[in-house]
Design a protein around this ligand. Structure first.
Ligand SMILES: C[S@@+](CC[C@H](N)C(=O)[O-])C[C@H]1O[C@@H](n2cnc3c(N)ncnc32)[C@H](O)[C@@H]1O
Length: 256
């Protein structure tokens, strides 16, 4: 068997390397069906015409919003993920503008006002410091117009053990086995993807900061987002720290 290779990478390097496998690993076709009702609710409830999708990855949410008539700007730090997001936009016959930027400084780069900023799929855990989270949210507040919304989703870390290795998922797709796991690394969690194809195994890791609901709500509050509602996922069931698999927040932009 070939030796396993593993290094701790920056988010950009981690996702550049994973990009070619991401849509198979996450089953983009199934996600486009499963996540569509949530975006229907968002677009209707908040009358969204424009949105920015921060940490768009291969663009699943950008495509969903564009299919519902929203003008979307899709932002990511990984050039490879953005390349596939552009391919997906053309594959699903929608227009999406893409922009390479860091979530921490995107507010200093983007011009114009948007009805919403969405930052889903556990993107924010790639920011490790409170200063970076504050800078990101302050930036979001610059381009989300007053009474617009920010929509954030990360895993519910209150329900994930932080003292031992945990396998989050293991799935077989298109002849490969994709495993996602966590292991403790100081105050952080080391997120590892293992891809097995025949005799070949690839492993890559990146550090995640397991933000709590309070940390996110307080950072939103400091940045000019209020009335934050907490949900347990895109089914919009109430958040329950002991059982919810996800933490989803919807918060409204106010004048400070
Ligand atoms: C787990 S993926 C989620 C992608 C997409 N939102 C989804 O739900 O499929 C996280 C994405 O965040 C991006 N990302 C990580 N750190 C970032 C940063 N500092 N600035 C911008 N994007 C970042 C990665 O490149 C990756 O595409």
């Amino acid at each position: 068997m070939e030796p396993t290779t593993e290094t701790l990478r920056s988010p950009a390097a981690f996702f550049d390397a994973l990009a070619g496998d991401y849509d198979v690993m996450t089953d983009i076709g199934a996600r486009l069906v499963r996540e569509r009702p949530f975006f229907h609710v968002l677009v209707d409830r908040y009358d969204l015409r424009t949105a920015i999708d921060v940490g768009t990855g291969t663009g699943v949410h950008a495509v969903l919003m564009a299919q519902l008539g929203v003008r979307v700007t899709a932002v990511d730090i990984s050039e490879e993920m953005l390349r596939i997001a552009r391919l997906n936009a053309s594959r699903y016959h929608v227009r999406v503008r893409t922009l390479r930027a860091d979530v921490a400084s995107v507010g200093e780069t983007v011009s114009g006002l948007f009805d919403a900023a969405v930052c889903l799929g556990n993107t924010l855990v790639h920011l490790h410091r409170t200063e970076d989270l504050d800078r990101a949210f302050t930036g979001f507040r610059r381009f989300v117009q007053r009474n617009g919304v920010v929509v954030i989703q990360i895993l519910n870390y209150a329900a994930i053990p932080a003292d031992r290795e945990v396998i989050l998922s293991s799935r077989e797709r298109e002849g490969a086995v994709f495993e996602r796991s966590y292991r403790p690394n100081g105050a952080m969690l080391e997120f590892r993807t293992t891809i097995r194809r025949g005799m070949r195994t690839e492993q890559r890791s990146v550090l995640h900061r397991p933000w709590t609901s309070n940390e996110l709500v307080e950072a939103l509050d400091r940045s000019g987002f209020r009335s934050t509602a907490l949900f347990g996922g895109i089914d919009l069931k109430p958040f329950d720290a002991s059982v919810s698999s996800d933490l989803l927040l919807i918060s409204t932009a106010v004048n400070l």
